[in-house]
Design a protein. Structure first.
Length: 89
């Protein structure tokens, strides 16, 4: 049971370690680390029962929209953590 509680923390750590994220501006690649550095705060987090994927919601006090990041941890891939972020308006 202790290991199952460790997986969501591992996914968040991997997500913030600088993997590129998709955004609607193709010339600028964002990371979760950049979101946090730019003043975005985690507004919500939910993980799945099998601890292989999660969603993180970010808010910013000066923006009128949210950013949602989906994180997938897949042990069968070379880049084990896949992260995709997009604006929620």
């Amino acid at each position: 049971m202790r290991f199952a509680n460790f997986i969501p923390a591992l996914v968040c750590l991997a997500a913030s370690s600088g993997h590129s994220l998709a955004q609607d501006s193709p010339d600028r690649q964002l990371t979760v680390e950049q979101l946090l550095t730019d003043g975005w705060e985690v507004a919500g987090y939910i993980g799945t029962l099998d601890n292989r994927s999660s969603l993180m919601l970010f808010k910013h006090k000066d923006k009128h929209y949210l950013v949602q990041c989906s994180v997938l941890y897949d042990v069968t891939r070379y880049k084990r953590t896949q992260v995709h972020c997009y604006e929620v308006r």
